[in-house]
Design a protein around this ligand. Structure first.
Ligand SMILES: NC(=O)c1ccc[n+]([C@@H]2O[C@H](COP(=O)([O-])OP(=O)(O)OC[C@H]3O[C@@H](n4cnc5c(N)ncnc54)[C@H](O)[C@@H]3O)[C@@H](O)[C@H]2O)c1
Length: 267
């Protein structure tokens, strides 16, 4: 029986979209440790440059991408696959959120969250479908909010639920080409995205109280799951949206809007 390894054989190339911060940054580090040459792509070029400078040795580079812009995403993949031999792993970690009750949220804000998380997710998947080799893998970052509603989080929840289903459709379509498509669905992970929510009294305590393992996750714990989904150890898994949340999906999501309203003294 041949050994199955979690790392990447020499010459494998990965693209991490949204790799300039938080979970994406941890994924870039982990995939570089696994042996991939990593393209760290982000709309924040300085952040991508900083991440690349900190990666273990390898042929890594930074790139600028705006996931809501079809041409920008296409240009990223054309350049990452310059010689046309294909990519082996693609991770999409670009994401954003907003907070507002359904009755108040401006539709422009709803659209912009869908544009980054869902349309951006589609554009990355589309390019991955064109550039990932037989045997390669794509991993999107969905969220616990793809299956668990959070008050005030209509746009984010809807976008992530859409991305979860998109993952399954893409897996269905790309399986015959030998491309696996999965998602990791984290619960609360402390990153620059969630740091503002951590400052709202009650939010972190509420999450912890509703989490059997009693703590938020770390970006490195999410990156470990992404690494596994990119590796041959998960060779029979596709179309999976993998919960990773300390068991929080068994209970309820923090009442973000309620905590904000209490903080602001709004009834
Ligand atoms: N942190 C959490 O608790 C958590 C939980 C569940 C899911 N997620 C998801 O994981 C992913 C990463 O989250 P994070 O906490 O690391 O966030 P983060 O804000 O730390 O990192 C997100 C990165 O995406 C980039 N980005 C945002 N919009 C972009 C765009 N339009 N084009 C290109 N790049 C863009 C940002 O510049 C940033 O570097 C997101 O999709 C998020 O929704 C996070």
């Amino acid at each position: 029986m041949s050994a199955v390894t979690g790392g990447a054989p020499t010459g494998r190339r990965a693209v991490v979209v949204g790799g300039g911060s938080g979970i994406g940054e941890a994924c870039a580090v982990r995939l570089a440790q696994d042996g991939y040459a990593v393209v760290v792509a982000d709309r924040d070029r300085e952040a991508a440059d900083r991440v690349v400078a900190g990666l273990p040795s390898g042929e890594h580079r930074a790139a600028t991408v705006e996931v809501t812009d079809e041409d920008s995403v296409a240009a990223l993949f054309a350049s990452a696959d310059e010689d046309g031999t294909g990519l082996h792993a693609v991770v999409n970690s670009a994401g954003t959120s907003t907070l507002g009750a359904v009755k108040d949220l401006p539709v422009a804000e709803f659209r912009s969250v869908l544009d980054v998380n869902l349309v951006g997710g589609f554009l990355v998947l589309q390019q991955a479908a064109r550039h990932v080799v037989d045997g390669g893998a794509v991993v999107s970052l969905t969220s616990l909010n793809a299956r668990q509603p959070g008050g005030g989080m209509s746009a984010y929840c809807a976008a992530k639920a859409g991305l979860a289903m998109l993952t399954e459709v893409a897996a269905l379509e790309l399986g015959p080409a030998g491309i696996r498509v999965n998602a990791v669905s984290p619960g609360l992970v402390v990153t620059p995205l969630t740091a503002p929510a951590m400052d709202i009294p009650g939010v972190k305590d509420d999450y912890v109280a509703n989490t059997p393992l009693g703590r938020p996750g770390t970006p490195e714990e999410v990156a470990a799951a992404v690494s596994w989904l990119c590796s041959s150890e998960s060779a029979w898994m596709t179309g999976e949206v993998m919960d990773l949340n300390g068991g929080a999906h068994t209970q309820r999501y923090p009442d973000l809007l309620g905590h904000v309203n209490r903080m602001l003294g709004v009834s």
